[in-house]
Design a protein around this ligand. Structure first.
Ligand SMILES: [Zn+2]
Length: 358
């Protein structure tokens, strides 16, 4: 029962910080998207497009996804998947904690370690991923193998995408959550599938990194540090640069077995592309938030852990590590997606600078 004990200790921690979790749930994140996928599936002509990507997902299964689950359920699922792939249950409990940081923290308790994932991180990853995915065109192959565009939805104009992203990042930095910004419209089924995969892979990488610390033995240390967050000072496990790099490398080793080895259909191809894109999107987003904080808002507090090496360095190391186990083509989608994101991120910084100067 170590998980139950850990959960009790987590609830005590929330109590000690007088915290109630912000009103965000996974239902808020995906209800509208799944609704639109269902209505799309009602139209026979469009099922073909969706079916080529999600052949095994029936309308009933899609409906079952609309459970209005809390973020904690999503975290439970990720950690179950990770521990199942390791074939062992470990004394780690992953839980939502609204620190306002684009990060997770390891908090030692008598029964093991709590991995505290910031609520706003998950909401921001979701919102940003949705905005970026809406701004790309996805070609779907027809039966004859000819590419055709994802049919019924228009691309969002580039300037609007930059503005939406800027609003999101500012709202995240001010309120610890991007949820004060207007919602984006729902997406076509094909994009929803791809975008959902990238959200999961990005969030899961945050957990894989923390599990990486666990498997590398970094949680068995007496070294603690006081970490100041929006909700108060938290006494977390201290980690060195070297240990952060080791955790990233271990995260890659944990990631590789969950990626499909033989790519013989669309779902496997998308699963591979999303898994590879996740870590790099996390690093790029981390960099954007730091840039806006330091270069635009001129705040000296950097909303990332000071023990982590710079994100660009981490991305290089992760690319090198994954390359040992995957062909270069596995990175194709991630590369295009990230090139597009980085261009947007640069323009977000320019846009915010021009607004804030006035
Ligand atoms: Zn770490």
């Amino acid at each position: 029962m170590p998980k139950q004990q850990l959960r009790i200790e987590y609830l005590r921690l929330l109590e000690r910080f007088h915290l109630t979790l912000p009103k965000c749930s996974n239902g808020e994140r995906d209800d509208a998207d799944i609704q639109i996928m269902l209505s799309e599936m009602d139209s026979a002509a469009k099922i073909e497009d969706t079916a080529s990507i999600v052949p095994n997902l029936s309308a009933d299964e899609l409906r079952s996804l609309r459970t209005g689950t809390e973020l904690q359920d999503v975290l439970d699922r990720y950690s179950e998947e990770i521990e199942q792939s390791m074939r062992r249950e470990v004394p780690v409990y992953v839980a939502e904690f609204p620190t306002g940081e684009f990060n997770a923290m390891a908090y030692p308790v008598p029964a093991g370690t709590l991995i505290l994932v910031n609520t706003g991180l998950m909401m921001l990853v979701y919102r940003v991923c949705k905005i970026v995915s809406q701004s790309i065109n996805i070609a779907i192959m027809d039966a004859a193998g000819n590419p055709k565009h994802d049919p019924p939805f228009q691309e969002t104009p580039y300037e609007l995408v930059v503005e939406q992203l800027a609003e999101c990042v500012l709202s995240y930095l001010h309120y610890g959550n991007p949820w004060t910004t207007p919602r984006n419209s729902a997406m076509s089924p094909a994009k929803s599938v791809i975008f959902g995969g990238i959200v999961q892979a990005t969030e899961k990488f945050v957990l894989l990194h923390e599990y990486g610390h666990f498997f590398a033995g970094h949680f068995n240390t007496p070294k603690k540090m006081i970490h100041k967050t929006h909700v108060g000072a938290v006494n977390v496990i201290a980690k060195s640069y070297d240990e952060e790099t080791r955790a990233d490398l271990t995260a890659c080793l944990l990631l590789v077995p969950s990626t499909p080895k033989v790519i013989d259909d669309h779902p496997k191809l998308f699963a591979l592309h999303a898994s590879v894109t996740g870590p790099f999107l996390f690093f790029a987003l981390d960099e954007l938030i730091s840039k806006v904080t330091v270069e635009v808002l001129n705040l000296d507090c950097i909303p990332i852990s000071p023990t982590h090496p710079p994100s660009s360095k981490r991305a290089q190391i992760v690319h090198y590590a994954l390359k040992q186990h995957m062909p270069e083509t596995a990175f194709d989608f991630a590369q295009s997606f990230l090139e597009h994101f980085e261009k947007l991120a640069n323009d977000v910084v320019l846009f915010l600078r021009s607004k804030i100067k006035r």
